[in-house]
Ligand binder design. Structure first.
Ligand code: SAJ
Length: 427
């Protein structure tokens, strides 16, 4: 059944699609098309600028052209479609399959005998067979698993990570048929050459594996976030406790408490399994509780400010607060699901006089010193290196009376020696 793979079309040129495109381009084996509906991104890519913060992509674009387009006719004669579109949730935390369904309907007319449709976006078990397969079969008139393939190879991109890149992160891949899976796994090995491409027996196992690994992270973060709220009452330093527990050489994987779980993976993916299991009549109480605990952390962070201000006879209302860090993760500019969004809303509703600063995101304050100027309190949400390096010195002779350290990244004792009230999360 083997078919020669000559043309590959990557649908979606974001944090996942662009690294995939660049890795494929470096093999110099394939005719490539990058499809995106984002016209801004097309303009940036055409001028050699990466629309995402990824050093490899930025470097590649400096001396190579990427064919970025929103012209679907260029998808003709594609042998492998790799779908890398977002899988968000709505405000009520119900999965939004819109981008996946749009991408499926976009490529359906181009499915031929031997074509591989590969979904890399994170979805719940059952999505490929229940949502994607019927559309592709109806439009193409062909039979999945016989005439063409549907595969799922969940992405494992860790944005901003320099150590783990698309080339050396192991991947799992499952297809609608085992025979097609061997072929598509062989294709992946041509461009992901420093990692294991593990063939699993079905689409559902491939879909489930990604949700399981990210829900694992979410529940472990919820575990330490609940400990933080308990230890703040008990007066126990959780950070020191976790550091002590971490010297157990086996069967312990440390996670850290903080102001909440941002990003488009960890805090989102569990909802896909929660919803699909719910449809089948099973309630994931544990996964739901972990999501509730993590979603409460921005509010808890603000309550730490209220507590600290009370100790100095102030209330949030009318107090000048510097909100430091907006991105969900250090050293990057990514606001998606960031705890800073809810913290900012809550502080404003309580009447704080807010100044925000993030070295990677344009805000009113263009410098840390500006945001600190005449501030009476700080709420740190993102452990950017600039804050860790500069704050201990800047705080010494500042007007700041309370510091809320949402990532437990500042020197508590040093700050307290300045006569400043320090409130961490579990610390
Ligand atoms: N967070 C905590 N405590 C922790 C770890 C994270 O509060 O112990 C928070 C972070 O502050 C952030 C959110 O959770 O707001 C997500 O953090 P993350 O480190 O998981 O970053 P992501 O969302 O970029 O996760 C990605 C994931 N990769 C994929 O889903 C393919 C994740 O599996 C990786 O572990 C993570 O990158 C990583 O390690 O960088």
């Amino acid at each position: 059944m083997s078919h020669t793979i000559k043309k590959v079309s990557v649908i979606g040129l974001g944090y996942v699609g662009l690294p995939v495109y660049v890795a494929l381009a470096k093999t110099k084996k394939y005719q490539l098309v990058g499809f995106t509906i984002n016209e801004e991104h097309i303009k940036l890519i055409d001028s050699g600028i990466s629309p995402i913060k990824d050093d490899d992509v930025s470097l590649f674009l400096k001396s190579n052209k990427i064919k970025a387009t929103n012209n679907k006719n260029l998808l003709q004669n594609t042998d492998v479609f790799i779908i890398c579109v977002p899988t968000p949730v709505r405000n009520d935390y119900i999965p939004d399959y819109g981008p996946v369904l749009s991408a499926t309907k976009l490529v359906a007319p181009f499915i031929r005998k031997g074509t591989h449709f590969v979904l890399e976006s994170t979805v719940n078990p059952g999505t490929c067979e229940e949502l994607i397969l019927p559309i592709l079969e109806k439009v193409s008139g062909l039979k999945a698993g016989v005439d063409f393939n549907i595969a799922h190879c969940p992405e494992r991109i860790s944005p901003g990570d320099k150590k783990w890149t698309i080339l050396n992160i192991n991947r799992n891949i499952g297809s609608v048929s085992v025979e097609f899976n061997k072929e598509i796994a062989g294709f992946y090995r041509t461009f992901i050459n420093k990692a294991v491409i593990n063939e699993v027996s079905s689409l559902k196992v491939a879909e489930a594996s990604k949700i399981v690994e990210n829900a694992f992270r979410d529940i472990n973060i919820a575990y330490v976030n609940e400990l933080a709220r308990s230890f703040d009452i008990l007066g126990i330093d959780l950070v020191e406790t976790l550091t002590a527990s971490s010297n157990k050489p086996f069967a312990f994987m440390v996670h850290w408490p903080g102001s909440g779980v941002g990003g488009h993976c960890i805090g989102i993916d569990p909802y896909y399994l929660i919803e699909r299991a719910n449809q089948a009549g099973f309630t994931h109480h544990f996964l739901k509780l972990a999501r509730e605990i993590n979603n409460e952390m921005p509010e808890y962070t603000v309550s730490r400010l209220t507590l600290g201000l009370n100790e100095v006879g102030l209330s949030v209302n009318g107090t000048k607060v510097a909100l430091l860090g907006l991105s969900y993760k250090p050293e990057m500019a990514d606001l998606r699901e960031s705890p800073s969004i809810k913290v900012k809303q809550r502080l404003k509703s309580l009447g704080a006089i807010l100044k925000s600063y993030d070295p990677y995101i344009t805000t009113a304050s263009t410098k840390l010193e500006d945001a600190l100027n005449d501030a009476q309190a700080i709420v740190l949400i993102t452990a950017h290196k600039e804050f860790i390096d500069k704050l201990p010195k800047l705080l010494k002779n500042s007007s700041v009376k309370v510091v809320v350290d949402g990532r437990n990244c500042l020197p508590k004792e040093t700050i307290e020696q300045f006569g400043i009230v320090y409130k961490g999360i579990g610390r």
